[in-house]
Design a protein around this ligand. Structure first.
Ligand SMILES: Nc1ncnc2c1ncn2[C@@H]1O[C@H](COP(=O)(O)OP(=O)(O)OP(=O)(O)O)[C@@H](O)[C@H]1O
Ligand SMILES: O=C(O)C1=C[C@@H](O)[C@@H](O)[C@H](O)C1
Ligand SMILES: [Mg+2]
Length: 184
């Protein structure tokens, strides 16, 4: 029997979903509670490039940023990464190849929220270039509409985060991962 079958919880948990749905925040809490290593693709790319995300969008453009996301996912798959919580950028599902790579990495959890909640959670800072516009709520609604089918096709489960605390989400995701990997 290989390692994965004896200890299925060694697989990765990947958090996808729109900006402000809590991937980075919940990812840190999950990694602590499961004693997994956390990787936040946005932060990883920022430190690799030595630029912030707004600077990458400004200097290189969005497509170059998408290339960086794909490169990182390919590396995680090639390295046979295990025991990681992978918090992704909100647009990582824009490329079909990425959806395939995400599913190869492990259990894919889609964190969702209502547009008004997303607006409230993302208006606390200015590090999301796509929302630095006059009417961010319209952009959120438009992008959500375009992306929902993509999140759906990538995810094993969808969780609505609008009315749940961070603690409830952390416990809920751990439970569904155990169930998914067969520890129930
Ligand atoms: N369940 C929740 N209840 C209340 N606030 C939350 C919840 N989850 C996250 N937040 C808050 O929302 C804000 C955005 O969360 P976070 O940065 O984790 O989102 P994200 O999904 O990583 O976004 P991005 O795609 O832009 O990286 C943070 O201030 C965080 O504390
Ligand atoms: O939804 C998006 O396209 C983005 C989400 C963030 O996590 C960052 O990856 C960046 O701001 C782009
Ligand atoms: Mg994040």
């Amino acid at each position: 029997m290989n390692e994965d079958q004896t200890n299925p919880m060694r697989k990765n948990i990947i958090l996808i979903g729109f900006m402000g749905c809590g991937k980075s925040t919940i990812g840190i809490k999950l990694s602590k509670s499961l004693n997994y290593t956390m990787i936040d693709t946005d932060h990883y790319i920022e430190s690799r490039e030595k630029l912030t995300i707004p600077e990458i969008f400004e200097a290189r453009g969005q497509e170059a940023f998408r290339d960086m996301e794909t490169k990182l996912l390919r590396e995680l798959v090639a390295n046979k990464t295990t025991c990681h919580i992978i918090a992704t950028g909100g647009g990582i599902i824009s490329r079909p190849e990425n959806i395939d790579l995400l599913r190869q990495l492990g259990f894919v959890v889609w964190l969702n929220a209502r547009p008004e909640i997303i607006l409230e959670r993302t208006s606390r800072n200015q590090n999301r270039p796509l929302l630095q516009v006059d009417d961010p709520l319209s952009v959120i609604k438009k992008l959500l509409k375009e992306r929902k089918p993509l999140y759906k096709s990538a995810a094993h489960v969808k969780i609505s985060t609008s009315d749940l605390s961070q603690r409830e989400l952390t416990l809920g995701i751990s439970e569904s991962a155990r169930y998914h990997f067969g520890h129930h």
